[in-house]
Design a protein around this ligand. Structure first.
Ligand code: UDX
Length: 442
């Protein structure tokens, strides 16, 4: 059955969710306070890079199932299922999450809800937020207890957002045991096609649903910092962390995924989510339980400074007056997202130490320029490498992994390559006369 729904927030999460819900046959209204985003999306243009999303968006706009607006009144009138997909960034100068956007959606929407409605929160929030928003919605809405808030965390990865939304590993729904009336059955209608193909559906209380999301991200971050810590030991001992990861990854209990050593995790989720998790645990008096996440964060940040040190050493002890080619700016491949990107962070630090940095990324140039306007930007791999003393690969885009030493050998000043993602074949580069340095590798 087709439902009428509104999706608040049209960033990576909301825009993808809106398009995917329309793809499932629902009638969807995407809502954003940013009129320029609404205009772009309405014309079938995705304001960020996400493989497959633009086709999905255009197809569903043409079919008439998907529209966008800035009007909350229109959304309240149109839909009886509402998804909350706005951001929860880190507060400035604090670890905690900034809930301004989440709160303001409910504060603005609830007074306009005159008929029964379910608000499904998808944003990553500190545990306890959903219950608080539920109380706020009941109080502010003329429909009172007929408006309920449930939590339906989103686990999508950028770069695979469409696939992760239409074929998630699992669906999690947190409902308020005291007030819930219809959230579960509405969710079963929303996701009927997914449930039909057997996607696991876990229904729980609000707090558990909120914690599932942050725990999943904390686990992933820990896995990456674990292998990066082992990489440090490998470097000290002259061992190879890539082979080590392959070997321990064969154990099904461990698994090979998320065991790639490198310059560490970044992006709009993992770094801020582990910090918000620590802050919230502290408020709840359970701070001791998560002190290990401080170490996870510290190991991750150390990768960035040690990469800068390695580059400096490669240049003979000083970066002053050197030319460094930085290949990759996005926090990971298949994305144009540069939020807390380790690659850009490293590029910035190297420049601050006196080097001329030339950055190239297949998709993230515009976002990088906006965030770090003072870095040098190149138009291609070759342009970035022109006259370089060191070539650094900091995001493992396929274009960089496919690079052959001969492609750039004649244009660089010195043949030094630093592989911050362990994604290049060291033997190929070394046998072509380059020095090759990876992370945790001989
Ligand atoms: C993450 C979670 O995976 C997703 O479930 C959640 O909904 C949002 O946060 P995302 O931020 O898109 O998704 O990126 P992810 O693929 O998890 O990568 C995070 C970072 O870890 C990237 O910077 C990536 O380069 C790094 N990473 C990943 C490693 O350094 N090593 C690895 O082995 C894997």
């Amino acid at each position: 059955m087709s439902l009428r729904m509104a999706v608040f927030g049209t960033g990576y999460l909301g825009a993808t969710h809106a398009a995917c819900m329309a793809e499932l046959g629902h009638e969807v209204l995407g809502v954003d306070v940013d009129a320029s985003k609404v205009a772009k999306l309405s014309s079938g243009e995705v304001p960020f890079y996400e493989p497959g999303l633009e086709e999905l968006l255009q197809r569903n706009i043409s079919s008439g199932r998907l529209r966008f607006t800035s009007s909350y009144a229109e959304a309240a009138e149109f839909a009886d299922v509402h998804f909350l997909g706005v951001g929860t960034p880190q507060k400035k100068g604090e670890f905690a999450a900034d809930l301004t956007y989440v709160d303001s959606v409910v504060a603005e929407l609830a007074p306009l809800l005159t008929k029964p409605a379910v608000i499904f929160g998808k944003s990553t929030v500190p545990v306890g937020t959903a219950a608080r928003l539920g109380a706020m919605a009941r109080e502010l809405s003329p429909a009172g207890d007929d408006v309920e808030v449930a939590w339906n965390p989103e686990f999508l990865r950028e770069g695979y957002a469409v696939q992760d939304t239409l074929r998630p590993d699992r669906l999690v729904l947190g409902v308020d045991e005291t007030y819930s009336r219809r959230a579960r059955e509405v969710a079963e209608e929303v996701y009927a096609d997914l449930l039909e193909v057997g996607i696991p559906f876990l229904v729980t209380d609000l707090a558990t649903a909120e914690l599932v999301k942050v725990s999943a991200n904390a686990f992933l971050a820990t896995k990456i910092s674990f292998i990066n810590a082992i990489a440090e030991v490998c470097e000290a001992a002259g061992a190879d962390v890539s082979v080590l990861a392959d070997a321990i990854g064969h154990d099904e209990r461990i698994g090979r995924k998320f065991l790639n050593a490198g310059i560490g995790f970044g992006g709009g989720c993992l770094p801020k989510d582990i910090r918000a998790f620590m802050a919230r645990a502290g408020e709840l008096g359970a701070d001791q339980a998560l002190t290990f996440l401080r170490e996870v964060d510290a190991i991750n940040m150390r990768r960035r400074t040690s990469m800068v040190e390695l580059t400096k050493d490669t240049c003979g002890g000083s970066l002053l007056g050197r030319r460094i080619a930085v290949l990759g700016a996005a926090f990971k491949p298949n994305s144009d997202d540069v939020r807390d990107s380790p690659a850009l962070n490293i590029a910035g630090q190297i420049q601050l130490q006196g080097a001329a940095v030339n950055v190239y990324d297949p998709k993230a140039m515009e976002n990088s320029r906006r965030l770090f306007p003072t870095l040098g930007y190149a138009t291609s791999v070759r342009d970035a490498c022109e006259g370089a003393d060191v070539v650094m690969v900091l995001t493992e885009w396929k274009e960089f992994r496919d690079l052959a030493p001969d492609d750039i050998a004649t244009i660089v000043r010195e043949k030094h390559i630093i592989d911050g993602r362990n994604c290049m074949d060291s033997r190929v580069w070394r046998s072509a006369g380059w020095t090759y340095q990876g992370v945790g590798r001989k």
